[in-house]
Write a protein that binds this ligand. Structure first.
Ligand SMILES: Cc1cc2nc3c(=O)[nH]c(=O)nc-3n(C[C@H](O)[C@H](O)[C@H](O)COP(=O)(O)OP(=O)(O)OC[C@H]3O[C@@H](n4cnc5c(N)ncnc54)[C@H](O)[C@@H]3O)c2cc1C
Length: 274
């Protein structure tokens, strides 16, 4: 396909990035693993890109006591090692290994994946499931939105064209938390269906639960009906099956049987990881 002719801006500072984005028609070039494909569709392609790769300070990944902060140039592969600890780190390590292949993970960024908002992608589903908060910076300053409100449709978010997504903040899970992930990929490059589960067990009962589904609808799905089945219950096979059934009744879910099976698998893995 014929690539579009685009103007390229190499930014050195955050101010230069925001200055370039101010026209509302400039795309951010982070890892380029999705944008480059977009540039081969001349009609919809942006006319200008601003490369953020040489801007200092955008590659920070910081683990605090109760959350992890991820900057715009943190590549997928950073999550393959034990940079992030605890159960959140376990989930991220498992999930990231399913994203593309090593060269894509070496260039692509988590924030790029969130901004791109492919409903089949793993990071948006994880961000929505764990209750991540996303911070945007633009001409009017900073604003933070919950990941569950960030995605508005396929490849569509609340981000204004003048804004840069500058941080994802993911809560750290308490002790007694297990996580699990399951996906069905078959022949596609993105998962056809995926489920992830986070369960915290206190005194033998589920005290906290998060279930995320990827490619279940136009936006990443947080399956709260399934979480409600789990809360306060013992994590038995019967409870897991009931939660999986509830996950598959979420409005957006298309292939109910697949999501039921994958949710059951993710929950069983989460229980095994406790
Ligand atoms: C062959 C192949 C297989 C893949 N498989 C998978 C897969 O299995 N799962 C998966 O999740 N992904 C997959 N991807 C996509 C990959 O994860 C991308 O890295 C990711 O979607 C985008 O990240 P990026 O940093 O490359 O963003 P870019 O391509 O640079 O940008 C993507 C979009 O987001 C915008 N953007 C980027 N960063 C910001 C920011 N900080 N603020 C505002 N806007 C921003 C850009 O303007 C652009 O519109 C695959 C890609 C390829 C080519």
């Amino acid at each position: 396909m014929r690539p579009a002719v685009v103007e390229y801006v190499a930014a050195r500072t955050l101010e230069e990035v925001l200055g370039a984005l101010a026209d509302g028609e400039t795309a951010v070039l982070a890892g380029g693993q999705s944008l480059i494909l977009e540039l081969t569709a001349p009609k919809e392609a942006p006319r200008r890109v601003v490369d953020i790769n040489e801007v200092d300070g955008l590659d920070t990944l910081t683990e605090r006591e109760d959350h992890v902060q991820v900057g715009p140039l943190v590549r997928h592969r950073e999550f393959e090692s034990d940079t992030v600890g605890g159960a959140l780190g376990d989930l991220m390590r498992t999930v990231v290994r399913h994203i593309g292949h090593p060269p894509i993970r070496a260039r692509g960024t988590m924030l790029g994946s969130l901004a791109w908002a492919n409903p089949a992608a793993e990071w948006p589903a994880l961000a929505a499931a764990v209750g991540a908060e996303l911070t945007l910076t633009g001409p009017d300053g900073c604003r933070t939105v919950p990941a569950t409100e960030f995605f508005t449709g396929p490849f569509s978010t609340v981000r204004r064209p003048e804004e840069l997504l500058v941080e994802a903040r993911l809560p750290v899970f308490p002790d007694g938390t297990g996580t699990g992930y399951a996906e069905d990929r078959r022949v596609t490059i993105y998962p056809q269906a995926a489920a992830m589960a986070v369960v915290t067990v206190t005194g033998g009962l589920v005290s906290r639960a998060a279930i995320g589904l990827a490619n279940a609808g136009p936006c990443p799905v947080r399956a709260r009906a399934a979480e409600n089945v789990l809360l306060g219950a013992e994590l038995s096979d019967a409870c897991i099956s009931a939660a999986a059934e509830a996950a598959a009744t979420v409005d957006a879910v298309r292939d109910r049987r697949a999501f039921q099976t994958l949710t059951r698998r993710a929950l069983t893995r989460a229980r095994d990881a406790l």
